[in-house]
Structure formats: structure tokens, C-alpha cells
Write a protein that binds this ligand. Structure first.
Ligand code: B1M
Length: 216
């Protein structure tokens, strides 16, 4: 079995120690970071998600898998993040109110940091008022929102409307994403950009600020 497949399986099994060990080995072997993420960590989360969808896995297993994925992400983060360079922009990033999924958001944060952005991580279950307060405090170029649930998706629209009502909408670009979100949905609620995955989110963010979007 390839190391990446083992990483994916260990994420499914929720074995954080094994994920850590195998991720370390993959890094030492010179496997690309994007490959470790896509074919190892994310592939594992996708599998546990499918099992959950078929009622063959339950919330405790999902939590263990999430913890295992994060053990791998912790090792990849420093490799993705540039050091000592002046930020190219500031992003306020959060998972919207009613939604506590953080893995995709964190991954987007890591990729944005790697692309040179400073990140204000607002966490999960973020109400519109918190986005508003953060933008009002100044210095934010982009608001990034994540949603994984059909039920929390509409909170993105609510947040954009709230920013508009507060007179702050025009001073920021808004980018959204998450498993349930699509380009069409982003356009329909007046977001400026959509990312299908973390790398795309980073490219999109750069383009929104008029910077070159190409990304490793
Ligand atoms: Co939840 N969950 N969950 N869950 N969970 C999903 C999302 C679900 C699809 C599972 C399923 O039914 N197959 C389903 C949603 C169905 C729907 O609404 N359409 C679901 C459900 C129903 C629920 C609960 C309601 C379950 C319950 O309690 N009965 C509950 C809701 C809690 C809440 O939020 N209020 C719940 C809870 C949980 C756990 C806490 C157990 C756990 C989260 C742990 C954590 O985050 N710390 C969990 C997990 C792990 C999942 C799955 C299995 C994996 C999510 C994940 O981390 N994926 C998920 C099934 C699945 O997606 N296959 C599922 C990996 C991550 C890297 O992908 O987040 O999509 P993702 O991010 C991607 C892109 O979407 C994009 O880039 C990322 C990297 O490529 N992206 C952006 C994300 N944000 C972006 C922002 C951007 C741009 C791109 O711009 C700013």
C-alpha cells in the first residue's frame, strides 16, 4: 500500500499518531504537499464522509477522523507558509453561524497564509455581527466565509446583506466556499469569488486584489 493510501486509511480509522508518523515520512521522502493533502488527508476525510452518509460511520468517528486530519495538517502548515514577508492583504476568515465545521476553513487559511495573506481567523459559528465588527475595525481586504451545511449556507447571504446594511460591503471583497457551495450560488448572493478548494480560494483571493493568481 502506498504511503498516501495509508495516510488516507489512518484518517478514516481516526488514528492521529499514525497520520502524524506517515505524514512526517511522506514529507521526508519529498512527496509534494498538495499530493499529501489531496491523496492522503482530504481523501481520508472524503471516505469517512461517504461512510457517514451511508450511516456506516457516526459523529464520534467523524470527530476522531477530524482530529487525525488535523495532526497531519499541523505538519504541513509550516511548509506552506512563507516566512517574514510583508502580507499582500488581510483576510477575515470564518465558518458561518450555525456551522461548526472547521477543517476546510483552516485549510483555506493555511493556503492563504502560504500565498502571503495575513489571516484573522474568526473561528466557527461566526455570526454576521462578528464579521461586521471585524471589518469595521479596519484593515480587512477580504472576507472569507465557509459553510458545509445546506442549512448554514443561507447565512452567507445574510452576512453579505448585513455588511451591506452596515455600509461596509463596498470596502471589502467577499469570497466563499465549502462542500455545499457552488459558483452559481456565490454569484446569486453577490459574493465576489468562490473557491472549490483551498488552492483555488488562494488564487481567487489574489486575483480579487489584482495580484497574479497562480499558485503552487
Ligand atoms: Co458534518 N456534515 N455534520 N461533521 N461532516 C458533512 C458536511 C455532511 C456532508 C456529511 C454527510 O451527510 N455525508 C453533512 C452535511 C449535509 C448537508 O447539509 N448537505 C454533515 C452533517 C449533516 C453534520 C451534522 C448535522 C451531523 C449531526 O450532528 N447529525 C453536524 C452539524 C454540526 C454543525 O455544524 N452545526 C455535523 C458535525 C460534524 C462533526 C463535528 C462530527 C465533524 C466536523 C469536525 C470539524 O470540522 N472539526 C464533521 C465532519 C468531519 C464532516 C465531513 C465528514 C467532513 C468535512 C470535512 O472536514 N471535509 C462532511 C462530509 C464531507 O464533506 N465529505 C460532513 C474535509 C475538508 C477539507 O473539506 O470542508 O469541504 P471541506 O473544504 C474544502 C472545500 O469545500 C473548500 O476548500 C476546502 C479544502 O479543499 N472550502 C473553501 C471550504 N471552505 C472554503 C472557503 C472558501 C473557499 C473554499 O473561501 C473562503
Amino acid at each position: 500500500m502506498s504511503n498516501l493510501k495509508s495516510i488516507a486509511e489512518s484518517v478514516v480509522e481516526g488514528d492521529d499518531k499514525k497520520v502524524e508518523e506517515l505524514t512526517k515520512r511522506a514529507i521526508a521522502d519529498g512527496v509534494g504537499i498538495a499530493k499529501i493533502l489531496d491523496d492522503g488527508l482530504i481523501a481520508g476525510m472524503e471516505t469517512i464522509g461517504e461512510l457517514f452518509g451511508r450511516k456506516e460511520a457516526f459523529v464520534p468517528e467523524l470527530l476522531l477522523s477530524a482530529r487525525a486530519m488535523q495532526a497531519g495538517m499541523k505538519l504541513l502548515e509550516p511548509l506552506l507558509v512563507g516566512s517574514g514577508i510583508k502580507p499582500i492583504g488581510k483576510v477575515a476568515l470564518g465558518t458561518v453561524k450555525g456551522d461548526i465545521h472547521n477543517i476546510g476553513k483552516d485549510l483555506v487559511g493555511i493556503m492563504l497564509k502560504g500565498a502571503g495573506f495575513e489571516i484573522i481567523d474568526l473561528g466557527v459559528d461566526v455570526p454576521p455581527e462578528k464579521f461586521i465588527d471585524t471589518v469595521r475595525a479596519g484593515g480587512i481586504d477580504i472576507v472569507g466565509m465557509s459553510a458545509l451545511l445546506t442549512t448554514s449556507m443561507s447565512m452567507m447571504k445574510t452576512t453579505i446583506e448585513a455588511l451591506d446594511t452596515a455600509g461596509l460591503r463596498k470596502q471589502v471583497k467577499i469570497i466563499i466556499g465549502g462542500a455545499v457551495v457552488t459558483q452559481d450560488y456565490a454569484e446569486s448572493i453577490g459574493a465576489d469569488g468562490y473557491g472549490a478548494n483551498a488552492a483555488e480560494a488562494a488564487n481567487r483571493a489574489k486575483k480579487l486584489l489584482g495580484l497574479k493568481g497562480d499558485q503552487k
